[in-house]
Design a protein around this ligand. Structure first.
Ligand SMILES: Nc1ncnc2c1ncn2[C@@H]1O[C@H](COP(=O)(O)OP(=O)(O)OP(=O)(O)O)[C@@H](O)[C@H]1O
Ligand SMILES: [Mg+2]
Ligand SMILES: [Zn+2]
Length: 244
């Protein structure tokens, strides 16, 4: 049976078809080492075949509305994200987006991951990249050899996924090339009415300077009222949050 025929585990991954691992392809041994589960290879093959990064980063796999940190984040912002997710199918149909902006450590990436996790759960295709890593990935296609994915193929995948999740928009180094890539991608998805979720530390004005007014203008139209400001202290600096 194909992996996709199973539902999704609490960590956002399709469950192990053999019931041996918790969905990440690794079995933890009692001595603390890990061995490969039989489901690992097919999982990796599937990820390679999809050509896009659609894996929730480990830190955010467990995100859920009913537990911290989401329960600690500004209720206004959380409510808006919940509302957006409640209408997820319609939002995808219309190509509506979501834009989370604010200072560092206020929960933007956490809330964006809730959206991606729900989309993956419902079997939509999702591409998850931080802006700097997306650019690195695009650059890597320039050196593609025969049989490897070309720039055009990768770009087309980015345009076609149901949800493009770009974390840390504006954190990239600004060059003509970067501006062109970003504009081409956002414009293409805008024209195809495809949803996008972005997080950024920049205000709208700062973002216009960083990525250009034409790209920002399209994002504004796509995200509409879901241009969500987030405020507060840097939660990473609260001592109780340190990883134990
Ligand atoms: N309001 C909050 N209360 C408590 N913990 C939070 C809150 N917001 C975020 N966290 C926790 O703080 C850490 C940072 O959250 P997150 O990565 O979502 O921040 P961010 O806004 O994306 O930051 P950055 O702008 O630096 O990318 C995470 O470990 C998250 O679980
Ligand atoms: Mg972030
Ligand atoms: Zn397994």
């Amino acid at each position: 049976m194909a992996i996709e025929e199973y539902g999704t585990t609490a960590n956002g991954l399709p469950p192990c078809p053999y019931g041996r691992c918790d969905g990440d392809g690794w079995i933890l041994n009692e001595d603390g080492t890990a061995s490969k589960c039989d489901c690992l290879e097919p999982r990796l093959a599937k990820a390679r075949a999809s050509g896009i990064n659609s894996v929730l980063p480990k830190r955010y796999r467990g995100v859920s509305f009913d537990r911290p940190p989401v329960t600690e984040i500004d209720p206004g912002a959380v409510g808006a994200v919940r509302e957006w997710i409640e209408a997820l199918d319609q939002n995808f149909e219309a190509g509506n987006g979501l834009w989370l902006m604010g200072d560092t450590g206020t929960g933007k990436t956490t809330l964006a991951m809730l959206v991606s996790k729900e989309a993956l759960k419902r079997d939509y295709t999702v591409a998850i990249y931080s802006m700097p890593s997306l650019l690195t990935r695009i650059r890597a296609t320039y050196g593609a050899e025969a049989g490897e994915e070309s720039y055009d193929e990768f770009f087309e995948r980015l345009c076609e996924v149901d949800l493009l999740h770009v974390d840390d928009l504006g954190a990239e180094k600004q060059t003509e090339w970067v501006l062109e890539q970003l504009y081409a991608l956002v414009n293409e998805r805008y024209e195809r009415q495809k949803s996008i979720v972005v997080t950024t530390n920049l205000s709208q004005d700062e973002l216009e300077l960083q990525i250009g007014p034409r790209t920002v203008s399209r994002l504004i139209q796509m995200c509409g009222e879901y241009q969500i400001p987030m405020f507060g202290e840097d939660a990473r600096q609260k001592p109780q949050l340190r990883d134990s």
